[in-house]
Design a protein around this ligand. Structure first.
Ligand SMILES: [Zn+2]
Length: 104
């Protein structure tokens, strides 16, 4: 006699944060008004998190990660950037970026 397995994640559609729905970093940062300089893997931009006069912010276009060499602001993706820039919580930022799937 075998035990029956409890029913888990059966028919419910997935909802919540979906990383695949995040905007493409290059398009996102452009839309946020950042001018990206440089031709390498890391782009430079004027940092929006402090009173920047020369491009101190480094942005990775593959992951969307960013780091400021002056004020130390940093994050791993465009979601982290959006949360910090607009003072949003995780879920609010995910929804603002259309990366939050709702149950239908
Ligand atoms: Zn900065």
């Amino acid at each position: 006699m075998s035990y029956a397995h409890p029913t888990r994640g059966n028919t419910r559609k997935p909802f919540g944060f979906n990383r695949n729905l995040l905007p493409i970093p290059a398009e996102y940062y452009h839309e946020q008004g950042l001018k990206l300089f440089g031709g390498g893997e890391w782009k430079n931009a004027i940092c929006p998190f402090h009173d920047d006069t020369k491009p101190s912010l480094r942005v990775r276009l593959d992951t969307g990660g960013y780091r400021c060499m002056v004020c130390g602001a940093h994050g791993g993706d465009v979601l982290a950037f959006h949360m910090k820039r607009h003072s949003l919580r995780f879920i609010e930022a995910a929804k603002a970026l259309d990366a939050w799937e709702v149950e239908r």
